[in-house]
Design a protein around this ligand. Structure first.
Ligand SMILES: Cc1cc2nc3c(=O)[nH]c(=O)nc-3n(C[C@H](O)[C@H](O)[C@H](O)COP(=O)(O)OP(=O)(O)OC[C@H]3O[C@@H](n4cnc5c(N)ncnc54)[C@H](O)[C@@H]3O)c2cc1C
Length: 429
């Protein structure tokens, strides 16, 4: 089989990208995935929040814009296809004056990133108590715009739109080997099939760095995987607080390590995630899936992994995360700092776990942005983490624009589209 573009990974990123490419070009596109259907990993195993970019540094322009502008695109699609779209809002709380200073910075960032002033308020503790009587804090940013949805369902709808545009999806296709020629790439799969592609786009989520290594790229980086476990509140206890509650990160470099109170689109209330270091991007239970994981571990431990493991801030947090993941009471005590009435006896059911794969740089610090690596006939999108599901429609449109500008593809003049590409392009600039 021969294609102009082969996309590795049918998560929310690979699927939205295939939609744009199949809409805006006349190229033959395929997407393949090792699983039996789309969105089996991070794209379905997440918190489901459509975030607003008040906590994103405006210097990260692409992510901030994608997060802001994708909101309305997802809304259109969700309403059209009966997908949950619950406007729950988010409060990010500060528990002391130092954290309050961070919220003041966030308020400025939010406005700079394009949020409307009527969607973002910095409240003192009395105003927060009026809104949510069970939340105790020094102050809090209240963002009225945040929504809970189901990103797995949204990915499924995008796949259907992309298929209507003649994109081929192949499932149970796991890469075994890649042979890179000057003008094309041969992809060899474990099921014995082969695909020839003029251009390959790697959207393999937690495995994207491994695949880039197969192209002999990004060899200086390594990954550490954090599993986020959640616990579901019993129905009446979940009504204690009706807004998503996040807290200002204890260490700004590790914003994903602090637990939240989440109102899910299926009606559940959950607390989590923990961030327990695990061996592979798919170790959803326990520490290890099988013996292959031990080889994976030894293959992936590099000097930068060891540097992060021995960083003192990281050690402090990792030990807390370890306690949070083995002791429900410890995790709930962290939530009690801002919701004192939370009671461990009402948290008995485990929610869905998800894994965040985080790239580590040579100096042992975390890469805090998405990495796009272009080669002569491939593009690798690595470290595409939260709020990646929120931003996927506009972020993937920006990738198509870059591919056009770099001469890899040619965008057609006339196309029909569920989303307005020209408008996105003009607003993003
Ligand atoms: C715990 C958690 C909570 C989150 N909460 C939110 C949130 O509330 N809001 C938000 O906006 N974002 C959130 N995110 C981030 C968001 O989920 C991710 O940014 C997004 O889903 C990444 O999508 P993806 O398509 O890049 O990766 P994935 O969904 O992981 O897709 C990658 C695909 O590649 C396939 N693949 C991998 N290797 C191979 C191979 N060798 N051959 C073939 N196929 C392969 C996999 O099977 C998979 O289907 C959260 C993430 C986590 C982990």
């Amino acid at each position: 089989m021969k294609y102009d573009i082969a996309i590795i990974g049918s998560g929310i990123l690979g699927t939205t990208l295939s939609y744009w490419l199949s809409t805006l070009t006349s190229l033959r596109i395929c997407v393949f995935d090792k699983e039996h259907c789309e969105a089996q990993h991070a794209s379905s195993r997440n918190t489901g929040v459509v975030h607003s970019p008040f906590y994103i540094n405006p210097q990260k322009k692409t992510i901030a814009k994608s997060t802001l502008l994708s909101h309305d695109l997802w809304k259109l699609l969700a309403l059209k296809n009966n997908i949950p779209w619950m406007k729950v809002g988010t409060i990010e709380v500060a528990i002391n004056e130092k954290q309050h200073n961070t919220l003041e910075k966030y308020l400025n960032w939010g406005v700079e990133n394009g949020l409307d002033e009527t969607e973002l308020y910095l409240f003192d503790h009395n105003q927060i108590s009026t809104k949510e009587p069970h939340v105790k804090c020094y102050s809090g940013i209240y963002c009225t715009r945040d929504v809970s949805t189901d990103y797995g369902m949204l990915t499924n709808v995008m796949k259907n739109y992309s298929e209507k545009n003649m994109t081929d999806f192949f499932f149970n296709f796991e890469i075994k080997n890649i042979i890179n020629y000057p003008d094309h790439t041969k992809l060899i799969f474990k099921n014995g099939r082969e695909i020839i592609a003029n251009f390959v786009i790697n959207c393999a989520g937690g495995y994207s760095l491994d695949l880039a290594h197969k192209f002999n790229l990004a060899n200086e980086y390594s990954t550490i995987n954090f599993r986020g476990d959640y616990i579901i509140a019993s129905t009446h206890h979940g009504n204690l607080v009706n807004t998503n509650i996040y807290s200002v990160p204890e260490f700004e470099e590790y914003p994903f390590l602090d637990p939240h109170w989440i109102k899910k689109s299926n009606g559940n209330t959950e607390i989590g995630p923990t961030a327990l270091p695990v061996i592979t991007p798919e170790t959803y239970d326990g520490w290890i899936n099988n013996f292959r994981d031990i080889f994976y571990l030894f293959k992936h431990i590099k000097a930068n992994t060891l540097k992060i493991i021995f960083n003192s801030d990281f050690l402090t947090l990792a030990s807390k995360e370890f306690l949070s993941s083995i002791s429900k009471t410890y995790m709930i005590n962290r939530i009690k700092k801002f919701i004192p009435d939370v009671d461990p006896k009402y948290f008995v059911t485990k929610g869905t776990s998800g894994i965040r794969s985080q790239i580590i740089l040579n100096d042992g610090t975390f890469m805090n942005d998405v990495l796009e690596l272009y080669d002569h006939n491939s593009l690798h999108i690595i470290n595409y983490n939260s709020p990646g599901a929120t931003g996927a429609p506009v972020y993937s449109a920006s990738i198509v624009t870059k591919l056009h500008e770099k001469g890899f593809i040619k965008i057609k003049k006339n196309y029909t589209n569920i989303w307005d590409y020209d408008k996105i392009l003009n607003t993003s600039n």
